[in-house]
Design a protein around this ligand. Structure first.
Ligand SMILES: [Zn+2]
Ligand SMILES: [Zn+2]
Length: 211
């Protein structure tokens, strides 16, 4: 669904740019898409944030050496600072930020930077879509270089304006949150937990650094 929406908006952006001879816009969209396909694929395929279990070490021998709270009973690994067990991937993830359904993968230590770049590229695409549609909005059909049915132009403009505004605002919020995470050296999970602690009372203070 996510991919279909982006492919449809890509077709609309290309239609408007070609009809209006906006070659710089066309080149910029091609650059964003090329870069994002590379970054997206890297995030999607990355499994390196998962904490691998040593098959020769049993849970009992780990429990004899470490405290039970510092072990994950599902993966039988030692919980590292900022690591957490993902119930969807069923693995412990190093520096766990969140499980992203869009890339169907966990965002952790090795792919967090790429996830941030992906958000910036999607935001750049939303802004470009808004500019592309806004410029075409003020063009008359006589000014178009390539003649395209008016209904297609109108549908593309309305769809791209709605897409750019909605997704642009959504992605902006995510970019702000992730920028705060990077500046404070925190993960989204830690920030959520801290927000709960601040609103939920002092009894949770002890558990903030657990996990
Ligand atoms: Zn685990
Ligand atoms: Zn996961």
């Amino acid at each position: 669904m996510y991919l279909v929406l982006f492919v449809v908006t890509l077709a609309m952006n290309v239609t408007l740019a070609l009809a209006d001879h906006k070659l710089i816009t066309l080149g910029f969209i091609a650059l964003i898409w090329t870069l994002d396909i590379i970054v997206f694929t890297t995030i999607w395929c990355s499994k390196a944030s998962f904490i691998e279990r040593d098959p020769e070490v049993s849970l009992i021998s780990l429990m004899e050496t470490f405290e039970a709270e510092s072990l994950c009973p599902f993966c039988r690994v030692i919980r590292l600072p900022q690591s957490r067990h993902c119930n969807i991937c069923n693995q412990c993830v190093e520096r766990y930020d969140h499980h992203c359904p869009w890339v169907n993968n966990c965002i952790g230590r090795t792919n967090h930077a790429n996830f941030y770049i992906h958000l910036l590229l999607v935001l750049a695409y939303c802004i470009t879509s808004l500019i592309n549609a806004s410029v075409s909005l003020f063009k008359t059909s006589e000014e178009l270089v390539i003649k395209v049915p008016t209904s297609l132009i109108t549908t593309s403009i309305v769809t791209l304006l709605a897409f750019g505004l909605f997704f642009g605002m959504l992605i902006s919020v995510l970019v702000v949150n992730q920028t705060q995470n990077l500046m404070q050296g925190m993960t989204s999970t830690e920030r959520t937990r801290r927000a709960r602690t601040l609103t939920g009372g002092s009894e949770f203070n002890q558990s903030e650094t657990a996990n």
